[in-house]
Design a protein around this ligand. Structure first.
Ligand code: NAP
Length: 248
């Protein structure tokens, strides 16, 4: 299916590596101007550079997405530079795994701020400009762990489950302005985030996946690109699980 993108501008967080980078690259291939955000300048700068080298349009901005004031300032600067933001992909995320009885406040707070609060900060910053334009797409990257829970990931699971409530509330508040909000819940995807898992654990995970493989960043970027397009306009408040059939 040919997807329609009408001179759109997208902000993709966590665009420096992994899933976010694949999303940024796929949107750029569709002609979207992409603002690549990540924590370090080298990471988002390289992503934007690669997009430009391939003939796409991209800029970069290093922002700590867990910092409310930093996000507000960056959003203002992005709007000043690009005039409009049509597509927001909240993808930046981290893990700080520990069993609940051992989990420190700092591990809990950092993950909630980075993975959940960030989605609120960026959505609040851009929802108004989307509402005014009567067109917008907000796509929040959650996880199957937000649906299932996971021993050792209470912080991550709570943040990712929180994304579902935020997404549905965004969908309800902005539907009348033609701004949609949806969540994508990836299963186990091969990126830096999962590279450290030991081989036996990976085999055990694959054993629970009906399609018998780990996912790729491209498996996720394809559905995000669709959700960012004109053609997804009648879909809002939904969660799309992309996990090889693990959760069904
Ligand atoms: P990744 O390879 O570890 O990349 C994470 C990206 O997020 C990096 O670009 C990183 O910036 C950025 N980031 C982290 N903390 C940040 C902060 N405080 N401020 C700004 N940027 C920050 O991760 P991934 O595997 O692609 O995961 C992307 C998203 O998918 C995450 O939300 C993750 O929870 C979710 N997810 C992943 C999987 C999986 O199996 N991989 C499964 C389900 C859901 P730098 O490049 O500057 O470090």
């Amino acid at each position: 299916m040919e997807l329609t993108f009408d001179n759109r501008v997208a902000v993709v967080t966590g665009a420096g590596r992994g899933i976010g980078r694949a999303i940024a690259e796929d949107l750029a291939k569709e002609g979207v101007t992409v603002v690549c955000v990540s924590k370090s300048e080298s990471s988002c700068g390289a992503a934007a550079e690669a997009i430009r080298a391939a003939g796409g349009k991209a800029t970069s901005r290093a922002v700590d997405v867990s910092d409310s004031e930093a996000v507000a300032a960056a959003a203002e600067a992005i709007l000043a530079e690009h005039k409009q933001v049509d597509i927001l992909v909240n993808n930046a995320g981290i893990t700080r795994d520990n069993l609940i009885l051992r989990m420190k406040d700092e591990e809990w707070d950092t993950v909630i701020r980075t993975n959940l609060n960030s989605c609120f900060y960026w959505s609040r910053a851009f929802a108004q400009t989307m509402a005014r334009a009567r067109w917008g797409r907000i796509i929040n990257i959650s996880s199957v762990i937000g649906l299932m829970g996971n021993a050792g990931q209470a912080n991550y699971s709570a943040a990712k489950a929180g994304i579902f409530g935020l997404t549905k509330s965004l969908a309800r508040e902005f539907a009348k302005r033609n701004v949609t909000a949806n969540a994508v819940a990836p299963g186990f995807i091969q990126t830096d985030m999962t590279a450290g898992l030991d081989e036996r654990l990976k085999e055990a995970i694959v054993g629970q996946v009906p399609l018998r493989r780990l996912g790729t960043a491209s498996d996720i970027s394809k559905i995000v690109t669709f959700l960012a397009s004109e053609e997804s306009g009648y879909i809002t408040g939904q969660t799309f699980t992309v996990d090889g059939g693990m959760v069904m």
